[in-house]
Design a protein around this ligand. Structure first.
Ligand code: TXA
Ligand code: MG
Length: 311
């Protein structure tokens, strides 16, 4: 069910849940200060209660009621990147209900770069919004992905296709060395430049006791087996769906998707391609290995999500 911003705000004020657009992926929004409403998002998604949610804000002064103290690093990063795809983990203010953070003493906050979302949050106040997929499904980057997972009953604010397509960078700034818990479109290098300190990032390694609870839960694996390939075969296989980026020629086959070095586009379409490959019942999704150099800030996030799908 498609709703407008005013209707969405009324629903959220009543304690209902509404799917909302952001620049990264769609979120399942609820009033962050209403514990009962927040619980509904966990139930709808079938999300484990110890996997905390991100609080979305529209204005910097909302930070004071969410974070216990706002460290200088948060001010600098907010100045540089908000509204935008970076989430900051800080000490939690006692006013934030414990369900939001899964009982943790920290809270994750971001300001999304989407006019509709910002407009809505100005009407409702801060919103929790996990990605609007059922647990174990890929994050939705367009309205049809949400109805695929939840049917037509869920209220959706239609903001078009998401322009980034991968979830935000999650950065823990509670210790001296900031730590990337989940890579996103704001890269380690971009953060280091603003903070003028080293930033830690683990890619592909998973701790036994993860500091970002979401990391320990299994991620979306398409029914098709995801594999990395280093070269593009001369004759493509009919049971394989190819995502390649170093293509110099046009491919006529509909099962070869070429990005010609446009990694931003590849990121934007990745989850939609996973869903498409499954709809078309391919056995394999072959992804061309990504270059190690830093030609695009989104490379690390792309590699991370494809590794998880392949894992
Ligand atoms: O781009 C995004 O971040 C999207 C859009 C809708 O904003 N949201 C999103 O939410 O991806 P979700 O719930 O699917 O992922 C949130 C991630 C999880 O891995 C969670 O464990 C982590 O953030 N997280 C949340 N609060 C945390 C905290 N206090 N400490 C460490 N990690 C936290
Ligand atoms: Mg998610």
């Amino acid at each position: 069910m498609i709703v407008d911003v005013l209707k969405a705000s009324k629903m959220i004020q009543k304690g209902d849940v509404v799917a909302i657009p952001t620049e990264t992926v769609y979120g399942l929004a609820a009033d962050a200060m209403n514990a009962e409403a927040v619980k509904k998002t966990f139930q709808l998604k079938k999300r484990p209660a110890d996997n905390p949610l991100i609080v979305h804000i529209s204005d910097l002064d909302q930070l004071d009621s969410i974070a216990k103290t706002v460290p200088p690093a948060a001010r600098k990063l907010a100045d540089a990147f908000w509204p935008g795809p970076i989430t900051l983990v800080m000490a939690k203010d006692a006013r934030v209900p414990d369900v939001v953070t899964g009982g943790l003493g920290t809270v994750a906050v971001r300001m999304p770069d989407h006019q509709m979302a910002l407009h809505l949050i100005r009407l409702t106040g801060p919103l929790t919004a996990p990605s609007a997929n059922r647990s174990g499904r890929p994050s939705p980057t367009r309205v049809s992905h949400i109805t695929e997972d939840f049917g037509n009953q869920l209220a959706i604010l239609d903001g078009g296709d998401c322009k980034i397509g991968l979830e935000s960078t999650v950065l823990d700034i509670t210790s001296k060395t900031p730590k990337i818990l989940r890579p996103g479109a704001i890269s380690k290098e971009m953060i280091e430049k603003i903070l003028e300190t080293n930033v830690q990032e683990r890619v592909g390694e998973y701790e036994e006791k993860p500091s970002s609870p979401g990391v320990k839960y299994s991620h979306y694996k398409p029914k098709a087996r995801v594999i990395w390939i280093s070269t593009i075969p001369d004759s493509v296989n009919n049971s394989t769906y190819y995502l390649i980026h170093s293509d110099s020629k046009e491919f006529k086959q509909t099962n070869v998707i070429g990005y010609r070095g446009n990694f931003e586009k590849m990121a934007r379409e990745l989850y939609d391609q996973f869903r498409t490959a499954d709809h078309l019942a391919y056995s394999f999704i072959a992804v061309e290995s990504l270059p190690a150099n830093k030609i695009s800030p989104v490379l690390s996030a792309l590699r991370d999500r494809i590794n998880r799908a392949a894992g």
